[in-house]
Design a protein around this ligand. Sequence first.
Ligand SMILES: [Zn+2]
Length: 368
Amino acid sequence: MLARIRHPRPPRPASRRRWPAVAIAALACTTLVTAASDAGAACFDRKTQPYTMVVDAHLHYRPFGGPAIPFTEVNGYLAKAGVKYANVFGIGQALPVDSPCTYYLNCPGTPVLPTMNNDYVNAENYTEDKPDDVRLSMSMTFPDLANPAGIPGQIATLDGWYPRIFTWMGEANVMKQALLPNHFEPATKADIEAWAPFMKILRDRNMPITLHSDLGNADNPTQFLGLMREVLQRYPNNKILWAHMGLSRELPAIDTALHQRVLDGLLKRHPNLYLDVSWRILQDLYFSKPGVSESYAAFFDKYSTRVIPGTDFVASRDKSYAVYQEELEVNSRIYQYVNDESFRNIALGQNYFRLLGLRDTAPPVCTS
Ligand SMILES: [Zn+2]
């Protein structure tokens, strides 16, 4: 049996608030008819049922700073929107508690540093308020990938308090240019080499890791590709999700053919690489241009088993259900263009089930 490791437990966060039972009941009553609720049907009819994903594999329950939307309220959003599976991410880097900022871009100079606090808060909320209508996978979001020596010890600490709760790691940042004004330290190739002990733990547990690693920027669209290559070459047997396919606001436009060529090369060479296609900027900056959705949909059809859906919603208290619903819809728009096999694998969750070793199966898509 696993010995409980004694470490000081962090104080319970002030922002934890329970929803009144009445409010939860009201939410349950307003649950929409959705893809997921029809999953028991013989087949999924894309003509009459929603194109929104039933898996949100990239969801931050904790904000960069300021109050969070309560855990049970976020779970209510998922149920209402027809999302049946979600990854519970903290946030890789948090603002200091005494900062008035809620978003790092608004406060350059304020340090945004890795912390374990959000993982404790999420795990505590999960053990107390585990929902029965949404299946959650808890994720360790704390790793400081530029200073990896402490990561195995930190995993042991979380294990001590919350054994067998965590089944995922990330979103952790290799290179995130947007955070550079906030004292963020990107991982170097030497740091990546030093990940070996914790990457072995992930392999032994079959735990996927979601990595944010910017591909490049407007001046050099592939400036940081070498970092992702280094990760994939060094850890070919780890299940690695490349967050946002490497895209970011710092790379507001990239030649579609060039981007897909990069992805194609990596996906061919590294069978354990998956594309995390979350974040609304993918739709807003790229897919919304003429012909681009069709092009990426064809690419997803080619690598239909290697794409994982998500929203990248960040649950800060200034947002509401309407924002989650909008981000879910915007992030799902691309799935209108993929073929039936891809739709089942990606939007209906089959890839996610396989990745996590779940016994669940997505319904087949109806043929007309
Ligand atoms: Zn994210």
